[in-house]
Design a protein around this ligand. Structure first.
Ligand SMILES: [Zn+2]
Length: 551
């Protein structure tokens, strides 16, 4: 795009004539701001005309004079400013960085399908080495291999990184663009997005972080902090072996030097609003299996359904057992001696109140295709429930005949796939033990409880250096981030926040994407929405964060 600088406007003045004009011409003001950020005018927003002939020459002249005056009057940071050079380098390396992300999406690793191992780990290690990590090695576990990498520049501070290189399963038939081709697609009104499995969860943000390292090095600058990376290939199955990775002596020793650990993430919603999560719920993923074989009643193979009149049903048994786990409406956990959640603190309630006022309830309902919250709770109380409550959720029920039409059989086996989210201070081990004891006590001891993954919840203090640097960095972008008690989803941050490391841990990064675990997962590359950063803006956010952490 042929940008021409015509005039300035204060960045907070989003309703100004200039800002509206830029926006109405389909130009991303965020892009423009970055493009002219070499001017280092913290108070000025550069506005443009796309078309040379439309440029108001007089305005251009006046603006140029203003810029010149500001430069000479020293209203600009010194030209040797590292960030200026690095930002230029980010622009130069845009295509190369996007191509790197596309190639990575093409390298699929799915733990649940045992697909893409150990290639995915080797690929991850190579990406780290290419980005400047002096050593990156594949570490085997009892499950899928992980990667441990270090980048040491002798900086006083060291930052930990948590990466995942695996992705969720997908069915290409459900996608409008092939999930492994990572095509760049127009997605109005967002702009150009990359569509592919892993685009936002989590290769897109991770690739943007790696692009930040390439740009710092490419600009001839020294990394402001040292880095320790732990990457796993089993995040999408509940990280069953991450302790084996993190607790290796050399990994633990490297992590002990860290100020905190973060995962690159796309945190902007469509209003540009950023929330900083002070932790995450824990989770247990498991299968409940009811079978004639284990029960000793019902059939040990599928039989004709007429025999239901004289033979017990393992499928009904599973339904009856599951019914004892929750209240009649399915919303309260009724497992005997189940660990109790800690109630929300006054501080956490205040965070929820603030966020509830900013976030749009109607838009959220539309996003999820939901018409009511539980008990028809008002928005703020629904959010309090989201933040404070553990869950028992049915992911899927599998059993008997599920094809077209009917098939009159009495199946010998039925399976419920369950996930149970945990909030502080619940422990995954206690929750699992309570579930097993509950089923046994109710006479359902034959129903197998097979835990496939899971871990404890995570908490990090708002006062930690890691979180404070996040808030400071977002503010540089004109964003006042909102603190949020915890992500209602889960990630295995407990290995960093728990014993023996007790580090701060969280997610960071501007940018937007959606569709994780679903068809047409995407990540914004060129943003048409002035409130949301495109890929290069995200890369800059990582550079700024590293410099902020180094302070
Ligand atoms: Zn995921």
């Amino acid at each position: 795009m042929g940008f021409e600088l015509v005039e300035f406007v204060h960045p907070s003045d989003k309703h100004s004539r200039v800002y509206r004009r830029v926006w109405s011409e389909g130009i991303d003001p965020g892009d423009v701001y970055q493009r002219f950020s070499f001017l280092k005018l913290p108070f000025a927003f550069a506005a443009v005309k796309r078309n040379q002939k439309d440029v108001n020459r007089r305005h251009l002249l006046i603006s140029t004079v203003i810029v010149f005056l500001l430069l000479t009057l020293g209203g600009v940071r010194a030209a040797e400013d590292d960030l200026t050079l690095i930002k230029a380098e980010i622009g130069k390396r845009h295509d190369e960085a996007v191509k790197r992300l596309q190639d990575w999406i093409g390298q699929v690793s799915i733990a649940a399908e045992n697909r893409g191992y150990p290639e995915g780990a080797e690929y991850m290690a190579k990406l780290a080495r290419d980005a400047g990590f002096q050593q990156a090695k594949v570490i085997n576990t009892d499950g899928k291999p992980g990667v441990f990498a270090t980048l040491d520049t002798g900086a006083p501070k060291t930052i930990g990184l948590y990466f995942m290189y695996d992705v969720k399963q997908f069915d290409p038939a459900e996608w409008t663009s092939p999930p492994t081709e990572a095509r760049i697609v127009d997605k109005p009104p967002l702009g150009k997005v990359i569509v592919g499995r892993g685009a936002v969860n989590q290769k897109g943000p991770e690739a943007a972080f790696l692009a930040a390292l390439h740009a710092i090095r490419g600009a001839g600058k020294k990394m402001p902090v040292n880095l320790v990376m732990v990457a796993e290939g089993e995040e999408e199955i509940g990280s069953p072996h991450i302790p084996q990775l993190v607790r290796r002596p050399e990994v633990l020793a490297a992590l002990k030097k860290c100020v905190g650990v973060f995962m690159p993430s796309a945190t902007q919603d469509l209003d540009g609003v950023v929330t900083v999560n002070l932790g995450s719920k824990g989770v247990i993923e498991l299968e409940l299996v009811s079978s004639g074989e284990k029960w000793g009643r019902g059939p040990a193979k599928d039989i004709h359904s007429s025999l239901k009149a004289m033979v017990d049903s393992p499928a009904w048994r599973l339904v009856k057992a599951m019914d004892t786990l929750v209240s009649d409406d399915g919303n309260e956990i009724k497992i005997d001696n189940y660990p109790k959640p800690r109630s929300l603190s006054a501080e956490e309630k205040a965070m929820i109140e603030k966020v509830s006022k900013v976030r749009n309830e109607a838009q959220t309902k539309k996003l999820f295709s939901v018409r009511h919250w539980i008990d028809d709770l008002p928005w703020e109380q629904a959010n309090e429930r989201l933040e404070s409550q553990p869950t028992v959720n049915i992911e899927g029920l599998v059993g008997g005949y599920t094809g077209p039409g009917g098939k009159t059989i009495l199946p010998h086996r039925a399976v419920a796939k369950i996930d149970m989210r945990l909030v502080p201070d619940m422990k995954a081990a206690d929750a699992l033990a309570a579930l097993k004891a509950h089923l046994a006590k109710r006479g359902f001891g034959d129903i197998e409880v097979i835990m496939t993954g899971g871990y404890d919840p995570t908490s990090t203090s708002a006062d930690s250096a890691l979180i404070k640097a996040q808030v400071a960095t977002y503010k540089k972008f004109g964003i006042d981030p909102m603190l949020w008690p915890r992500n209602a989803g889960s990630y295995p941050g407990y290995v960093f926040t728990g014993e023996p490391l007790k580090l701060a841990a969280g997610h960071f990064g501007l940018g937007h994407g959606s569709g994780a675990h679903a068809p047409d997962e995407y990540y914004v590359i060129e943003s048409a929405n002035p409130k949301v950063q495109g890929f290069d803006g995200v890369v800059i956010s990582f550079v700024e964060y590293l410099y902020e952490l180094a302070k």
